[in-house]
Design a protein around this ligand. Structure first.
Ligand SMILES: CC(C)(COP(=O)(O)OP(=O)(O)OC[C@H]1O[C@@H](n2cnc3c(N)ncnc32)[C@H](O)[C@@H]1OP(=O)(O)O)[C@@H](O)C(=O)NCCC(=O)NCCS
Length: 166
């Protein structure tokens, strides 16, 4: 449930307003990011997932609103393919449009860097994320059996793909 009244504007306008900023994730962000991660996921990434992503040179981003952490994302790029590994919005700001804003920003950035396709995996049980991805233009192209840990064993991962328009 969104607890902040955020105007539904185009991402560019929100970013240009200066209240929301997306910047490269740094080591100094990791305590905060890891804390949020643990509050968002039953099976969260550990701090080393994030620090390894930084060390590997993946695209890792933090979104801040008025200076406070609002979300973060990690994207691995290989040749002309981008792979979205993590997209998260802090709980109190979910449903305000920030996930869509960040996804849009990531996709436009991947395209600008020569990406032609973006992939991701999502749990079938994650209705909000599925809805975001489907309405953004992602389509399911495969299924990875038992991809995720789950309370009662494992859960499949739906592989989704979106072509990045020129
Ligand atoms: C998934 C997540 C990134 C979406 O970000 P968000 O800021 O909450 O979503 P937005 O407000 O941008 O909404 C985007 C779309 O998601 C869907 N959505 C958002 N909240 C919803 C809800 N409560 N119920 C159903 N669909 C919802 C809608 O399709 C919405 O589009 P619309 O508002 O145009 O109808 C965010 O909820 C999150 O971090 N969840 C926990 C971590 C997670 O699951 N990450 C994704 C892993 S694959």
């Amino acid at each position: 449930m969104c607890s902040y009244s955020l105007p539904r504007e185009l991402p560019d306008h929100l970013l240009e307003s200066g209240r929301i900023a997306i910047a490269p994730m740094r080591e100094s962000d990791l305590d905060e990011v890891t804390l949020q991660e643990c509050s968002l996921y039953e099976f969260p990434w550990g701090r080393t997932h994030f620090s390894d992503s930084l060390a590997a040179g993946y695209g890792a981003w933090v979104m801040r609103m008025d200076g406070a952490l609002a979300g973060y994302a990690v994207v691995m790029g290989v040749l002309d393919e981008a792979h979205l590994l993590n997209l998260s919005v802090v709980k109190s700001l979910q449903g305000c449009g920030l996930g869509r804003l960040m996804l849009d920003w990531i996709m436009r950035r991947a395209r600008a860097e020569g990406g032609r396709q973006i992939f991701l995996e999502v749990r079938p049980s994650n209705a909000v994320a599925l809805s975001l991805y489907e309405s953004t233009g992602f389509t399911a192209v495969g299924r990875r059996p038992g991809y995720y840990p789950a309370r009662d064993g494992r859960e499949d991962g739906i592989v989704m793909l979106c072509e990045l328009a020129a």
